[in-house]
Each structure stands twice: as C-alpha cells, then as structure tokens.
Design a protein around this ligand. Structure first.
Ligand SMILES: [Mg+2]
Length: 404
C-alpha cells in the first residue's frame, strides 16, 4: 500500500514538429501551407530535414530529397535550417520547465522529462492540471505547442506525449495503463529500434501488451540485458530517476571529425579512419565519465555535401563498441566505393551513468566484459596522455597515412 502512495509524477514534454514550427514562427501566413526545412533554397537540392503537418499530408518524409518532394508538391515552401534558433527555443522552453522543478532531463533538443512529484502541489491539483498549465505557458511565451504525457515512470510518460499530438495531454495511470499502453505496437516503446522490432515480431510479439505478457527469462535469453529492460518497460516497472538539469549535461554530444588529406574510399581506408575517430570520441567520454547512448556518423563527399546517419546503442564509452556502431552505420547506408573527404563520429545523448545498468537488477556476463574493457581503456588513456597517442595506437591505424 505504502509503495503505491509514493508513486512519482513524471511529465514528458515534447515539442510538436519542433524544427518546422520554429522555422515557421516568423511566417504565420505559411502555417497551413506545406513547408519543409532543409536543402538549399537557391539550388533547390538537398534533403528534407523536417516538415510541417501540411507537408506530411502530401506523404513527404524526413530525409527524402527536396527534388522528389517538389514532384509530389510543386507549391512546397522550403525554409533553410536555423540551428541557432532551434537551440535558443530549446533553452527558453527548458527554462520554463525548470521553473516547476529542478528535475528536468532533456532528451534531445525538443523533449524533456520533468519529475514534479515534490513540486506539483505548489502549482496545480495534479499532474494533468500542471501539464495543461505548462502547455499554455510554453505556447504563450514562444508560440510553440507541446504534447505532454503524465505517468508514474519515464517510459510511460514518453508514450503519453506520443499518444496524442499536437497540443495535447495524455495521462497514463496505474488504472488505465493496460487500456492505453498494451494495444500499442512494440516499436512505440522507448529503445525498440528496427532490429528489436523485427526480432520481437518474429517471436509473434507485436503489441506492448504481448511483450508484457512474455516470460522475462525468455526475453533475457533472446536479448540479454536489453530483454530484461524490455520486460520492465512494457510492464510499467521502469524506475530510473529523472536526472537534475545541471551544467554537466550541457554536453549534448561528443564528436570527433577529420577532413582528410586526400579522398578516402574502400574499407581499407574507412576502417582505420573510423577507428581513430571512435578512439578519440571514446577517450573524451571516458575522461568526462560519460556514456554514449547513440552513435552518429557524418560523411562529406568531395563536394562537401554531407550525409548523416545515427543509431541508438546500449550505454557505452568503450572504443570498440563506438567503432562497431559507426562502421555498421557506414556500411549499411553508404556505398564504400564512393569517395569521402571528411568523416565525423559523434557520441549522442551522453549520460553520466550507464542507462541500462541503472535499471538492471544484476550484472550479466556481457556487462562485466564491458567493465573490463572500460578499465583497460582508462589505463591506456593515461599512457596516451603521458607519452602521446602513438604509444598505443593500433597497427592498422599506424600504417595509415590519413591522419599524418
Ligand atoms: Mg518533438
């Protein structure tokens, strides 16, 4: 009984079509016209980075080429990306959140979790009313709309903000979570990417309810630590805290890039290049006590047209894991025979703790191996700091002329 009374009140606040909405603020007259952000306005080339609701109705998708979007929608309005404005609005909105609680954990540029368990009563009668107040205030102060999920854990709060958009509040409580959450598709759940979705579907598990009803040990056998988390997430047992908004988390990503002395192509060039960049990223993460929760690669061709892909990873600062993710992204999404002029590897969404371990009741063998690798690498980092990078550089990298 007492445990139930201590339920937390977690809000997940998500800006609706953030990039397109921010870009459209100065042009209210375009609001209902199909608009995309991205590409180059003069040449009308490039890709769609974001779109508004009206553009969505034409079937325009993020990452498709501007040229193909113009084919289905000749009247399409193309606005340039404005990175500084996105960051500015992100900051303003998080400051609003911070006036309701000091436990505000941003998740990307346009989403944050708020733990208002101890402060909610100061402003409103319950989480739902507070969500409404925050939505009103964000709209009043910025002109942007947000959707809010209210629940007793972070995973369900996030499902809530996704459930109804735009400009809506969804409460997922102990009373209604089975009705709301269980019919949803497994891929709606946090950290269920394409490969996990496919594997779950192959097991006949399509909904979160089916996942919740699956034997935990079966999921652990199949997916390891991640399987344990999936079971916990689906059953509403997730307990990870909302991290306080502090200066340390200002680090939004840790990246390392290089423009090469010549165009590189082929795996014999690409592998050592990625290894060096991954190592630099890993070193910086370990130095700051951070773990990457995603990996991104950015490729520039000789015309400096850039191409970016990213994926989520289990929390890590082990070079080998970052390298594996970066290589997988590149091989899957890029013709390795095409020339590359510049390459960047970025660790996304760094956290001060390993996200998965914090949810885990026990250490798996896999986790311990990671631990060993991490300790070994920390020792090597110290040697590198003292004697220079070349002291322990791997042979494939030493042979390469790319970084000379
Ligand atoms: Mg959003």
């Amino acid at each position: 009984m007492e445990q139930q009374n201590k339920d937390r009140i977690i809000l997940h606040c998500d800006c609706n079509s953030f990039y397109a909405s921010v870009s459209l603020l100065p042009y209210p007259e375009l609001k209902d016209k199909p608009v995309v952000v991205g590409g180059n306005q003069q040449t009308r080339h490039g890709i769609v980075l974001a779109k508004n609701e009206a553009a969505k109705k034409y079937g325009i998708k993020t990452a498709q080429t501007i040229a193909s979007a113009l084919k289905v929608c000749p009247d399409l309005v193309i606005l340039p990306p404005q990175r500084q404005r996105y960051e500015y609005f992100s900051k303003i909105i998080n400051e609003i959140y911070n006036s309701y609680t000091d436990l505000v954990e941003p998740f990307g540029i346009d989403e944050s979790w708020l733990d208002v368990t101890n402060s909610c009563h100061l402003f409103a009668k319950d989480g739902k009313e507070l969500a409404y107040m925050i939505r009103e205030r964000v709209y009043y102060e910025t002109g942007l709309t947000i959707s809010v999920g209210v629940s007793f854990n972070k995973v369900f709060a996030k499902l809530g903000s996704d459930y109804k958009k735009p400009n809506a509040t969804t409460v997922i409580s102990r009373e209604n979570y089975k009705d709301i959450v269980f019919p949803l598709k497994v891929e709606d759940l946090l950290f269920v990417g394409k490969s996990t979705k496919d594997a779950l579907n192959a097991m006949g598990i399509r909904t979160i309810g089916q996942l919740a009803a699956t034997d935990r040990e079966l999921l652990e056998d199949k997916f390891g630590k991640h399987g344990h988390d999936l079971y916990i997430y689906a059953n509403g047992l997730e307990k990870s805290p909302v991290q306080p908004f502090d200066a340390k988390r200002e680090v939004k990503s840790v990246g390392s890039g290089n423009t090469f002395s010549r165009d590189i192509s082929g795996l014999e060039d690409i592998k050592p290049a990625l290894m060096v960049l991954s190592e630099q990223v890993g070193m910086r993460l370990r130095k700051h006590g951070l773990y990457a929760n995603g990996v991104q690669i950015t490729i520039k061709n000789p015309a400096f047209v850039s191409f970016t892909r990213q994926k989520q990873v289990q929390s890590t600062n082990v070079t080998e894991n970052i390298y594996k993710a970066a290589l997988e992204l590149l091989v899957k999404n890029w013709n390795v025979k095409m020339p590359i002029r510049a390459l960047t590897v970025t660790a996304l969404d760094p956290s001060e703790e390993k996200r998965v371990r914090q949810l885990n009741l026990f250490e798996t063998a896999e986790g311990q191996t990671d631990e060993k690798k991490e300790n070994l690498q920390k020792a090597l980092d110290k040697i590198k700091d003292k004697y220079g990078r070349d002291a322990v550089q791997s042979a494939s990298v030493m042979k390469s002329d790319l970084f000379k």
